[in-house]
Design a protein around this ligand. Structure first.
Ligand SMILES: Nc1ncnc2c1ncn2[C@@H]1O[C@H](COP(=O)(O)OP(=O)(O)OP(=O)(O)O)[C@@H](O)[C@H]1O
Ligand SMILES: [Mg+2]
Length: 207
């Protein structure tokens, strides 16, 4: 297996499965955790990820198809999506304003579709979004929730803003493009979530 990326929790590598180019994502045992707790956490995240990748797709958001699940090994076989992460698109030297703005608007639209279906993502940084086939695809939904609380939706929006601030010097106009996409996809609920995200930002700033 070629190790492609080692994120916060998982080891991700490319493999061929049934002749298809795939990605195997495995959560290795964490020795610093109590073994029973570690097993429970890895199991929960795997199950949540499988469920939400499917629910998100039903809500109209592109996500990798799950091809195989191995609960014992805490491992998933996923369709490999081609394309750079949004973090790469946004920080690439020479990336045009138009390309970066469109990517943010698509990112916002995808989150609006997710939230409209009542799903939170839980870890929506630009590294968990791919620019793929002229649109965006969302990855890494293991910390998300179905029937998510308003707070969880607000946290998603807040995290996007924070991540843009970390990655880009022109974060504000990019966040405005993000919000344009978000509002278009979630006309009934966006205002309430935006208000909560503001409140969260205030809490973080003054705590
Ligand atoms: N299906 C896929 N197709 C293409 N690239 C992928 C796919 N899944 C993951 N990747 C790449 O691997 C990286 C890490 O994957 P992912 O974000 O799912 O893992 P992680 O952050 O370690 O996981 P977690 O936080 O759930 O434990 C992604 O940023 C992306 O570059
Ligand atoms: Mg990730």
């Amino acid at each position: 297996m070629v190790v492609q990326a080692e994120g916060a929790e998982a080891v991700v590598g490319e493999e061929t499965f049934l002749g298809l180019s795939c990605v195997r994502k495995t959560r290795p045992v964490k020795r610093y955790r109590h073994p029973a707790l570690d097993r429970r956490l890895r199991g929960e995240r795997l199950r949540t990820e499988v469920r939400l990748l499917r629910d998100a797709r039903r809500a109209g958001v592109r996500t990798p198809v799950v091809l195989d699940v191995d609960l014992e090994a805490s491992s998933l076989m996923l369709e490999k999506l081609e394309g750079p992460t949004l973090a790469a698109v946004l920080t690439e030297a020479g990336g045009t304003e138009a390309t970066r703005g469109t990517a943010c608007q698509q990112w916002g639209h995808a989150l609006g579709q997710l939230h409209r279906a009542g799903i939170s993502h839980g870890d929506l940084t630009a590294s968990n979004v791919l620019s793929c086939e002229g649109n965006v695809a969302l990855l890494d939904l293991s910390l998300g929730a179905r029937a998510a609380s308003l707070e969880a939706l607000g946290v998603d929006l807040h995290l996007v803003r924070e991540d843009l601030n970390t990655l880009c010097s022109d974060a504000e106009p990019l966040f405005a493009r993000f919000l344009a996409g978000y509002r278009a996809a979630f006309p009934q609920g966006h205002a309430e979530v935006e208000e909560r995200a503001q409140e969260i930002q205030g809490r973080v700033r003054y705590s």
